[in-house]
Design a protein around this ligand. Structure first.
Ligand code: ADP
Ligand code: GLC
Length: 476
């Protein structure tokens, strides 16, 4: 049994802003079948501590980045969870990263440095009688872990997973002291990044292995176009970088048993009742001749929402519709609301709603993911599982998980969706037109749906790949 400490800033179902939470929440369960015992370390946000009933105190710290703290352990559902109780860092209104006004917390560098420091402490001293043989950190929030491990003399390998290279966790060098970093290591080969202190770079330079969440993104990360300034660092570490695609929780996302649905189903035919219910829920006309497309997403530049708005006429002219659920960038939110107000085929709900996202996967006939970049992406995987044909940009995990309806793939009966490239409004519009043509041919459409529903989108293969990677590190 290999023991692994997973270090994350969010974890479903306790606290979630995006796919990282799903992955952190699913990995321990997926790995259990692979001879791995993964425990998870989280900041003790209110939502986390509220679920830590009967938690045991494992350690105490008099001064953890400005105040007293305790390390708690509890079994929360299937998760073996360590949480850092530190009121000065985590006991506040708002989200994990943003205050109630939507601004980054000013002390985010310290809040997540504390997460990394406690991870290093566990790596060095264990937690009670439990010791990790591998520490696995996610994104910049866990980035300083190998720095602190180095300082504490931990002798445990560190794996760094990049879910999104857009966020570096950079901070002025004036904070080196308050972050408890070694000023002698403020150097290019460690955590110095163009004159700044970079948490992500610390993780990437200090990791024994680097993974990201799809094979295509692992390649893209090395390019100027996608590396977001970390391409040089990553090229230097190319030999330890690999891509392991995300899975989804196929129990939580199962159209045959999903309690959120108007009607459960196990064949594409069963979707009709959900489609009708979704149109009614979004107030969309029920006599549209084209496909009901859905989109569920954070609203940020990454997600290509602006491209979609530009390309939408191609869908609407052919009688297609769009139902969109999302929240984020206020500018995109108001753009979408305005567009919906003037186009009867478009309906938008601004907010975050887990149950509605399930109803959308079931009721939608196509799922749109027009991202400019997408390390993996999960909603196209939900779409496949629900017989909801994905239309995606040809990038990252979207490239790896959808089989484009090219003439050859259609002829061989293996296509599962539509991909577009280059990633611009023109080719997205062409792809939407192609989607409508495919929809107009019921036999081909049903084949796409059935092929999608047969795709293996669970964690099995990827859990085995992580287990193999840990095993390699542990056996040296
Ligand atoms: P990212 O992590 O970049 O946001 P992913 O596709 O990996 O993208 O994961 C997003 C996750 O968040 C999915 O589980 C998706 O269903 C969920 N999600 C995003 N926005 C919403 C929303 N407004 N309501 C409900 N779920 C959402
Ligand atoms: C990030 C990426 C997304 C990925 C998720 C989980 O948020 O944007 O593509 O699926 O992490 O790995």
């Amino acid at each position: 049994m290999t023991t692994i400490l997973s270090v994350a800033s969010e974890c479903a179902p306790l606290v979630k802003t995006g796919g990282l939470a799903d992955v952190a929440g699913a990995l321990p369960g997926a790995l259990a079948g692979e001879g791995c015992e993964m425990r998870t370390l989280l900041p003790g946000y209110r939502a986390v501590l509220a679920r830590m009933d009967g938690a045991a105190e494992v350690a105490r710290f008099d001064d953890l980045f400005g105040g007293p703290a305790r390390l708690l352990f509890a079994q929360v559902g299937p998760l073996a969870l360590y949480a850092i109780e530190a009121a000065h860092l985590y006991d506040r209104e708002g989200g994990p990263y943003l205050d109630p006004q939507g601004r980054d917390w000013a002390d985010n560098p310290e809040r997540f440095a504390a997460l990394a420091w406690v991870a290093a402490h566990i790596a060095t001293h264990g937690a009670g009688d439990w010791r990790p043989e591998v520490v696995h950190g996610h994104d910049w929030q866990a980035g300083f872990t190998p720095e602190y491990m180095h300082a504490m003399g931990a002798r445990v390998p560190f794996v760094m997973t990049i879910h999104n290279v857009a966020f570096h966790g950079n901070v002025e060098p004036g904070r080196i002291g308050s972050l408890g970093l070694d000023p002698w290591r403020f150097r290019q080969e460690h955590f110095e990044y163009w004159g700044q202190v970079s948490a992500l770079k610390a993780g990437l330079t200090g990791a024994d292995r680097i993974t990201t969440v799809s094979r295509t993104y692992a390649h893209e990360l090395l390019t100027d176009a996608f590396g977001m300034g970390m391409e040089g660092v990553l090229r230097a570490r190319k030999g330890v970088l690999s891509g392991i695609v995300n899975g989804i929780d196929t129990d939580a996302w199962n159209p045959a048993t999903d309690p959120a649905l108007a009607a459960t189903y196990s064949t594409p035919r069963g979707k009709a009742a959900n489609t009708a219910a979704l149109r009614a829920e979004f107030g969309l006309p029920d006599d549209a001749p084209g496909p009901l497309c859905v989109l569920v997403s954070r609203l940020s530049g990454q997600k290509g929402i602006d491209l979609l708005i530009e390309a939408l006429p191609a869908l609407l002219e052919r009688g297609g519709q769009l139902a969109l659920l999302g929240s984020g960038d206020p500018h995109l939110e108001s753009l979408l609301k305005d567009y919906a107000a003037t186009h009867p085929g478009v309906a938008v709900k601004i907010g975050y709603d887990e149950a509605l996202s399930h109803r959308m996967m079931a009721g939608g006939e196509a799922i749109l993911v027009p991202s400019r970049f997408e390390p993996c992406g999960l909603t196209q995987l939900y779409g496949l599982r629900y017989g909801t044909v994905p239309l995606v940009a040809l990038t990252g995990g979207l490239a790896d998980t959808v089989i484009n309806a090219s003439p050859a793939a259609l002829a061989r009966g293996v296509a599962t969706g539509v991909q577009f490239f280059p990633i611009d409004a023109l080719s997205l519009g062409n792809a939407l037109a192609q989607l409508c043509d495919l929809y107009a041919d019921p036999k081909t459409w049903a084949t796409l749906q059935r092929n999608g529903m047969k795709q293996p989108v669970g964690w099995e293969t990827s859990a085995a790949a992580y287990a193999a990677l840990y095993a390699e590190l542990v056996t040296g």
